[in-house]
Design a protein around this ligand. Structure first.
Ligand code: ATP
Ligand code: MG
Length: 578
């Protein structure tokens, strides 16, 4: 386990119970079951607002909600909290469903929308008006803010607070049928304008919005606020444990108040710390801005921390689930090192990804003493971690490509790869010795290098015991096929993207070198048939995934998902991330 893992597990993983790493929410569920609370039911939900694509923070919530339901024989609903028609879209609904499924979770037929409950929520509002617990207010948004007071000063009662039940019922009905323009009136809960909790100072329950909703069309022109819809939707669905992030802790008294006044099923709200990741922005508002301002190619840009972005980049659902499990669930906000996520991916792909050879920046090598026209089919191991994955043939010939980085005309101290007069082993093939360098007479640029090979050193043969200090990868020039490779670095240059220089906003921290496109790469010929989304280890270079958008059989594009820790060659650790 590396340092990052140790640090994180100390910070946020609670005492393990019966072999499963437990956490405080799991412990609450276990206790509730022991006390036969909710008739021993466990029913959770994942409640996204369909106003953007899901990100890795949402994955934490998905794994937690579906995970608990799964572990304790319960159910987990997928519910879209679609109370804000101006920001929502079916594109987001569809992407959310695809992403939850991809992560490996199934909500069965329990796909719900807060908008399914608009009629019921309207009735709840009427119930509160009749009980003298809600009133129609004519203050505009600015005035409401002004009357609300501050953390240190109590608010003032609205002049419309004492309207009669009849007048409130009449006005609310007229709000609903569209008599008033946007913002003219609101329905507010009548609680306490002096409450130390600002959420309890007569919060707005309904606002007028003449907007077309992606599901209910123009049926409604009053929409419940998130605060009025969320808790009641949980109640309607019979949710037992309503798990949400810490910023809703201060809203809990309000949600409790609504449920008590309405006298309906009361889910237990439990708050946990949201996931923050180094070098990563996790807020849909910011991610939307990145997309809209063209800083990235879209929600599924492989640099985005969205599930769609991670998928396109080459992440596996297993790696993301393992990550969510390892970071644990805590009550206190913290930031997880992105290296931990990368570690989970490497660990998973190391077991599963077939190894292949690819050359990202080709340098031609001519093996002068290798017979012209001769081709040997050499055995290459598909995955040393998993012998069941077998072997494949790679073609060897007189002209090959190696990585430009693997040759130095004047090698620095400690450079053990190819240089004039020195030897290196070609993976699965022979030991070669560099005998000459051909340069462009004008520019001095190295055009190709010349080598001789030692026929006695064929890999796997009985005479091949001679050792050299390094092994490098290569491809037969005549057999290799061209491909594009995209290398990625963090999208932000700062661990905390919000830590912007004085006077600038967070976008000043965008990394202008986050994408490097290499369009003259070579890969093993069978990869022309690789399917979108397939993942491979390019030996010594990292794990790569066939791009699902720009790749086609005639033009292969590979995304580097993550770099590799080299295990089989003595390659200097250059510290380069890309
Ligand atoms: P954002 O702040 O990114 O816009 P949100 O909280 O508004 O996200 P929702 O669609 O409301 O997004 O989120 C659905 C669920 O996912 C909520 O229960 C929310 O608490 C949870 N969630 C959102 N972001 C995170 C995060 N970073 N870590 C853990 N859970 C999160
Ligand atoms: Mg939200």
């Amino acid at each position: 386990m590396d340092e990052t893992l140790n640090r994180i597990s100390e910070r946020s993983v609670a005492t393990p119970t019966e072999g499963t790493p437990s956490h405080f929410i799991r412990n609450i569920v276990i206790e509730d079951l022991q006390q036969n609370k909710n008739a021993s039911r466990v029913h959770t939900r994942f409640p996204p607002e369909p106003n953007g694509y899901l990100h890795i923070g949402h994955a934490k919530s998905i794994c937690l909600n579906f995970g608990l339901a799964g572990e304790f024989g319960g159910l987990c609903n997928l519910r879209f909290d679609d109370t804000n028609p101006s920001k929502e879209d079916v594109e987001y609904v569809e992407s959310i469903k695809e992403d939850v499924r991809w992560l490996g979770f199934d909500w069965g037929d329990r796909e719900y929308f807060a908008s399914d409950y608009f009629a019921q929520l309207y009735q709840f509002a009427i119930q509160l008006i009749k009980a003298g617990k809600a009133y129609v207010c004519d203050l505009n948004a600015d005035q409401i803010r002004e009357y609300r007071g501050t953390l240190t000063e109590p608010g003032k009662n609205s002049p419309y607070r004492e309207r009669s039940v009849e007048e409130n019922l009449d006005l609310f009905e007229r709000m609903k049928v569209g008599e008033f323009p946007d913002g003219a009136r609101t329905l507010r809960a009548k609680i306490d304008m002096a409450s130390p909790n600002l959420n309890m100072r007569d919060p707005v329950m309904y606002r007028i919005l003449h907007a077309t909703h992606h599901r209910t069309g123009d049926e409604w022109c009053v929409y419940p606020t998130y605060d009025f819809a969320h808790g009641q939707s949980d109640s309607i669905e019979g949710i037992t444990h309503s798990i949400c992030t810490l910023e809703f802790e201060d809203h809990r008294p309000l949600y409790d108040w609504f449920l008590e006044q309405l006298n309906i099923h009361h889910p237990q709200q439990i708050e946990f710390a949201r996931l923050n990741l180094t070098f990563t922005a996790l807020s849909k508002r910011k991610l939307l801005q990145l997309v809209q301002q063209g800083h990235v190619g879209g929600w599924d840009d492989p640099r985005m921390p969205t599930l769609a972005g991670f998928r396109r980049r080459g992440y596996t659902p297993e790696a993301i689930r393992t990550f969510c499990e390892r970071i644990g669930v805590a009550k206190r906000n913290s930031t997880v090192d992105i290296a931990m996520l990368e570690h989970c991916l490497r660990e998973d792909l190391n077991k599963r990804a077939p190894r292949v050879m690819a050359v990202l920046r080709p340098l031609k090598v001519v093996i002068d003493n290798y017979p012209e026209g001769q081709i040997e089919e050499l055995d290459a191991v598909n995955n040393p971690e998993d012998p069941s994955m077998g072997t494949r043939k790679v073609s060897f010939s007189r002209e090959i490509y190696i990585e430009q980085d693997d040759f130095r005309e004047e090698p620095p101290k400690g450079f053990f790869r190819l240089s004039p007069g020195h030897e290196v082993r070609l993976r699965y093939a022979y030991i070669v010795k560099c005998t000459g360098v051909v340069k462009d007479s004008q520019t001095g640029e190295i055009k190709e290098i010349h080598c001789t090979y030692d026929p006695e050193t064929k890999s796997g043969s009985s005479q091949s015991s001679r050792k050299v200090k390094a092994t490098i990868h290569w491809l037969s020039a005549a057999h290799a096929v061209s491909a594009e490779v995209r290398l990625y670095d963090q999208l932000f240059i700062k661990e905390d993207p919000d830590d912007a220089p004085q006077g600038l906003d967070w976008t000043a921290n965008l990394n202008s070198h986050s994408l490097e496109r290499l369009t003259d790469c070579r890969v093993e010929p069978f990869l022309t048939n690789a399917k979108a989304g397939e993942r491979y280890q390019f030996e010594r270079l990292g794990y790569f995934c066939v791009d699902s958008v720009d790749s086609s059989p005639g033009y292969m594009v590979f995304n580097r998902a993550v770099t590799l820790r080299d295990t089989w060659a003595k390659v200097e650790r250059s510290g380069r991330r890309r």
